[in-house]
Every structure is written in structure tokens, then in C-alpha cells.
Design a binder for this molecule. Structure first.
Ligand code: OVV
Length: 401
């Protein structure tokens, strides 16, 4: 691949999607932030923003920085997407707006109230079962995966069979936003079967009455979206709603296991669970990056990004920018994490964020009532992904209350 070389702005030759950076991006993020408001990434011929101010401003400017050309490295102006594009994530107004409105209505705080009690019961049962089996466990499968996988597919209303496909599908999907590296190659073999399975779950006759899926189809009956759009809106839930919450919860558990005083605060004041989750999302940024595409020659300070160029938004770097946060590397329940860009910002800001917060709140509250101390009990392991900062293993030891 050849790229126009920019010698008039700060540049980095580092590949943000290499194993070394994904294993621990903190040094690279600091260098990017310090290099300038806009940095050229010569490894991929794209632009980057890593400071909170610029990331926030660019996410707000959906007209200058579009999503409809894809939010991965691949530019849909020139390349065919691996799956039909998302009607929400990979779309711009006006087409974006009707699907967005339907999902916002289904997933707003009021609409989720009917789920709260049931999810709280499931969380309490799950924690009791895990603790009954022993006080040492891997928190990734035992809690971070188990809880969302129990409540979310039921809430969407998909059949029980095949749910083990959800995490591998998400893992590949989030890898494909990056370059076609070995992570994408490893997932490519299974991708067609996973894609076919997910597509099948989005059909009307698969979706249980009362679930989010059936409600999306009901919105199509009311003319709010078309019947052709309905399955793709269901697909957005299954794409964006599983790995993200699993890794958000894993990040919160890791944060508490490594910050015992913060765990004591949560135990004293369980009402902090929601703030704690947002602080964990700021601190860890489970979704690390998304691209945008310049819709014209756009100026940022002295830098002009030419029409059609890709810009990588470093959400994780912005969430730890010392220009915006005091002691950004500290996980601290007394900070106000609002303004973090872990859920994005603006028009495309996570439509499922209330679902994620409710899941995390239910699980953290159930744990806080039963667990006095949490610590890391052995070597932790990352699950490297081109977009997500994910845990593969979090061995933990707890004492019970
Ligand atoms: C935010 C997000 C991530 C992945 C997939 C989608 C959305 C989607 O809409 O398909």
C-alpha cells in the first residue's frame, strides 16, 4: 500500500494494532497525545487524534467526520464491507436516524425498568453459585461473560441454541475494524458461518414475544423503519451488545481487584455502582478506537485533513488525557467521570449504554453485598483484539462477607 507522506505534521511509525501496543497501549497513547493534536500514522496512512479535546470535538462533528464510509480502517467509498453495513454505526443522517430512534426508545432508562428486578435476581443467583463453588475463580468466564450471556440474549429474545456463537462473532467483528492483520486472518475461517448464524437470529420468527427483537419488528409494522431494516437493527444489538458489556464488566472487576480501597467504598455505599462502572469505562476504555472519514478538507488547528481520509479516534487515550483529567491513571470513585468518551459522544454515542450500566449495576451490587475483599490470585491474560481492550483471564481470590 502506498500513502501520501505528510512531512508537515507530527508522525508516528508505530502500528497501533500490533501485539506490543495492544498488550499495553499506555506509552504509545502518551506519545501520540504529546506529539500534537493531530498525528499522521504512516503504518496505515491515516490520521490520529488522541487528546480529549480533539476526540470530543470530532465525535461531535458528524458532518465533518462521517461514519457512513465505515468506522474501521476500510473505506466503504472504495472497498466492499465484509457484511452489510450497520444501519446505525456505519451510517450518517438522514438514513441513520430512524433506526437510531427505534433503538433509543427501546433502550432508554424508562423502558429498561421492567428488566431491573429480574436482572438483579439473576445476578444474586449467579454470585451465590460462583461463591458456593469456591473463593478462587477466573472472573472472566465466571462473572464477566456469564452474566451478560444470561440476561442479554434473553432480553433480545433469540433462541437458546447457538448462543456460544455470540462472543466469537463479536470478537471477529471488532477485529475487522482494524487492518487485515493476523487477528483478522485467524477469524476469517469461521466468519461466514458466524455471520449466517447471526443473520438467522434476526428474523421475525426467531424472536420471542416481548423481547427487544420482537419490538424492533413491531416498529417496522408501525412504519417507523422498513421491514428490510428490521433484521439489521436486531443485528446491531447482537453485534454491539455482548462483548462490550462483557469487557466493561471485566474492566470494572479488574479495577476493583487492583484498588481495594475503592472496593471498600462501594461496599459502604452500593449506590456508587453506576458511577463506578462509568469510571471503569473511562479508566479501561473497553472500546479503544473507532475511525471516522473526512467529508471535505477539514481543518484542525493548523492541520488540514483531506477529503476522504480516515482518522483514528483514540477513545482510550482521550479518557486518560492529563489535559482533561487529574491523575487520569487512577481509578477513583470520587471523581466525576462524565465527559468520558468510552461510549463515544454525540450522534453515535452508545445507544445501549443504559443496558450496559444496568447489567453492571446489578452484578456489582450483588457482589458488593457478598464479597468483603477481592484480589488478583494469579497471572492475568489479555485477549488481544484490534478494537477492544479485553481480558482473557482474571484469576481472583475473594473473601466473603
Ligand atoms: C457500536 C457497534 C459496534 C459493533 C457493531 C455495531 C455497533 C452495529 O451496529 O452493528
Amino acid at each position: 500500500m502506498t500513502h501520501t507522506i505528510r512531512t508537515d505534521l507530527p508522525a508516528s511509525t508505530v502500528d497501533p494494532f500490533s501485539d506490543d501496543v495492544l498488550e499495553d497501549p499506555s506509552g504509545f497513547h502518551a506519545a501520540l497525545r504529546d506529539a500534537g493534536p493531530v498525528v499522521y500514522l504512516s503504518a496505515h496512512g491515516v490520521y490520529a487524534m488522541a487528546r480529549h479535546e480533539q476526540v470530543h470535538a470530532a465525535l461531535r462533528d458528524w458532518q465533518g467526520f462521517q461514519s457512513g464510509a465505515g468506522v474501521g480502517l476500510s473505506n466503504f467509498r472504495h472497498e466492499k464491507p465484509w457484511r452489510p453495513p450497520s444501519l446505525l454505526l456505519e451510517a450518517d443522517p438522514p438514513g441513520h436516524d430512524a433506526p437510531r430512534r427505534v433503538l433509543s426508545g427501546l433502550l432508554d432508562l424508562r423502558a429498561l425498568r421492567r428488566l431491573r428486578e429480574g436482572w438483579r435476581d439473576v445476578a444474586e443467583q449467579l454470585v451465590d453459585t460462583v461463591l458456593a463453588a469456591g473463593t478462587e475463580f477466573d472472573a472472566v468466564p465466571a462473572l464477566a461473560e456469564a452474566f451478560p450471556l444470561r440476561v442479554f440474549p434473553d432480553a433480545v429474545g433469540i433462541p437458546a441454541a447457538g448462543r456460544e456463537n455470540l462472543l466469537p462473532y463479536g470478537s471477529h467483528l471488532f477485529n475487522v475494524f482494524g487492518p487485515a492483520n493476523e487477528r483478522v486472518a485467524e477469524g476469517a475461517e469461521r466468519a461466514p458461518a458466524l455471520q449466517a448464524w447471526v443473520t438467522a437470529q434476526c428474523q421475525r420468527d426467531q424472536l420471542a414475544e416481548g423481547g427487544f427483537g420482537a419490538q424492533i419488528w413491531a416498529a417496522a409494522d408501525r412504519g417507523e423503519i422498513t421491514p428490510e431494516q428490521a433484521p439489521l437493527v436486531v443485528r446491531s444489538l447482537l453485534s454491539a451488545g455482548v462483548d462490550t458489556t462483557v469487557q466493561g464488566i471485566a474492566a470494572a472487576l479488574h479495577a476493583f481487584a487492583t484498588h481495594p480501597r475503592q472496593w471498600q467504598r462501594l461496599r459502604e455505599q452500593p449506590g456508587l455502582a453506576r458511577i463506578a462502572f462509568d469510571e471503569a469505562v473511562r479508566w479501561a476504555s473497553p472500546v479503544q478506537t473507532f475511525f471516522r472519514t473526512a467529508t471535505a478538507d477539514v481543518r484542525i488547528g493548523d492541520v488540514v485533513i483531506p477529503d476522504g481520509e480516515k482518522i483514528l479516534m483514540f477513545l482510550g487515550a482521550a479518557n486518560r488525557d492529563p489535559r482533561r483529567w487529574s491523575d487520569p491513571d487512577v481509578f477513583d470513585l470520587s471523581r466525576d467521570p462524565s465527559g468520558h468518551v468510552g461510549f463515544g459522544f454525540g450522534l453515535h454515542q452508545c445507544v445501549g449504554q443504559h443496558v450496559a450500566r444496568l447489567e453492571a449495576e446489578c452484578l456489582l451490587t450483588a457482589l458488593a453485598a457478598r464479597v468483603r475483599t477481592i484480589e488478583i490470585a494469579g497471572p492475568t491474560r489479555r485477549r488481544l483484539n484490534n478494537t477492544m481492550r479485553a481480558w482473557g483471564a482474571l484469576p481472583m481470590r475473594v473473601t466473603t462477607a
